[in-house]
Design a protein around this ligand. Structure first.
Ligand SMILES: Nc1ncnc2c1ncn2[C@@H]1O[C@H](COP(=O)(O)OP(=O)(O)OP(=O)(O)O)[C@@H](O)[C@H]1O
Ligand SMILES: [Mg+2]
Length: 384
């Protein structure tokens, strides 16, 4: 099975707009790799260049040991599923799935065996005789996927394949896609806006912004150790809170001043600050779950968090999300939010103590947004 390598790939459209800038990426066989990023950042363009539907302006695309820049799409051993998948309205589900084999001259018996196999895999066996208009959105989507996988392509490209589905169907299809990947063992390159899809399906996630790759990492590492403020803010929901912060390098302790509040660092973070940070003004990044209310602090037995990590916040809004609560509050004039325990009955207007889980804090350079702890945490991650 082939590795896919993008070497310094760029795309400049005819109007002179550069949609993709020097993208370097190695995709291993059998990976489920996900492209995420804001609208217009170049995800589809990159995927279409891999598919051969868009000319590569500069750089090299390798599929295995073949330079693929000038291969026709059909010579690339891949299939693609688009956001707006097109089914043939006058053909049955069976025909829609069988189509790509028939045009390649595969025999009737072989085609029939494969269509039934794929239909079984995708839960479409009962609807093979129907026309697309007589299917649900999720079933139609699965027909499009069936059409793409029937040739058992080594590489499957999917551009927001679930975006037309409602939340429940998306959830079901997500699970089905994960199973499908396990079963087929092919390489999947997948574009999505959806955080949950990215975090649950991907073996690795590629985060893009303005045509450039920001970070490529496993979902976990991306979340725990984002390379910069952009990635930190993009991955995670609700998003990480960013606050202006002044570092106070005292003799023994290292303190962070956030507005009127002061938080003492633990030994590890204090050491990291001493070793890597010379500036005093930085941006602190605190995830919604890195603020602990007293219920969660007690539940997690976080005795190490003391008065020195405590601050008081006045809640402006409370949101109950089934098994957890999101509390909104202002800190130094900025809207922040935290995840709280369902037992927490705080209402808007109440002032409550919260503890900052300092071990999880990120500090970013104010000028270039770089995560100043990135190398430290990377090292720590490798040691564990
Ligand atoms: N044919 C074209 N000519 C000029 N610019 C284009 C063309 N196609 C796309 N673009 C621009 O290139 C940039 C990247 O587009 P692309 O479709 O790759 O974004 P995307 O990340 O897939 O966004 P979305 O999440 O909205 O689908 C956008 O700014 C888009 O306007
Ligand atoms: Mg797109």
């Amino acid at each position: 099975m082939a590795e896919i390598v993008l070497k310094n790939i760029s795309k400049v459209y005819e109007n002179g707009f550069q949609a993709v800038k020097n993208v370097n990426l190695e995709i291993k066989p059998k990976e489920f790799i996900i492209f995420v990023g804001p609208s217009g950042c170049g995800k589809s363009t990159t995927l279409r260049m891999i598919a051969g539907l868009e000319e590569i302006t500069s750089g090299e695309l390798w599929i295995g040991d073949v330079l693929a820049n000038f291969l026709e799409p059909r010579e690339r051993e891949l299939s693609m599923v688009f956001q707006n998948y097109a089914l043939y309205p006058n053909m049955s589900v069976y025909k829609n799935i069988a189509f790509s084999l028939e045009i390649r001259g595969v025999g009737k018996a072989e085609t029939d065996r494969k269509v039934r196999e794929v239909a079984d895999l995708l839960g479409l066996s009962q609807v093979l005789d129907r026309r697309p208009k007589d299917l649900s959105g999720g079933q139609r989507q699965r027909v499009a996927i069936g059409n793409a996988i029937i040739r058992n392509p080594e590489i499957l490209l999917m551009d927001e394949p679930l975006s037309n589905l409602d939340a429940k169907l998306r959830g079901q299809m997500r699970v089905e896609l994960a199973k499908l990947h396990k079963k087929l063992g092919n390489t999947i390159i997948y574009v999505t806006h959806d955080q949950t899809e990215a975090m649950t399906l991907g073996t690795r996630i590629v985060v893009m912004n303005q045509g450039e790759i920001q970070q490529v990492d496993s979902p976990n590492r991306l979340y725990e150790n984002p390379v910069n403020q952009f990635v930190a803010g993009f991955i995670g929901s609700p998003a990480m809170n960013f606050l202006e912060c002044t570092i106070d390098h005292e003799d023994k302790s290292v303190d962070l001043h956030i507005g009127q509040d002061t938080i003492s660092c633990n030994d590890t973070i204090a050491a990291w600050i001493r070793q890597t940070i010379s500036e005093t003004k930085v941006i602190a990044g605190i995830r919604p779950e890195a603020f602990l209310d007293e219920y969660r602090k007690n539940k997690q037995h976080r005795e190490e968090l003391t008065e020195k990590q405590k601050l008081y916040v006045t809640v402006t809004h409370r949101e109950l999300l089934g098994n957890e609560v999101i509390l909104y509050f202002d800190l130094c004039g900025k809207g922040c939010c935290m995840k709280a325990s369902v037992e927490n009955e705080t209402k808007a207007g109440d002032t409550i103590p919260v503890w900052v889980d300092v071990a999880k804090i990120c500090l970013f350079d104010r000028d270039n947004g770089k995560n100043l702890f990135y190398e430290k945490r990377k090292l720590e991650g490798n040691e564990n």
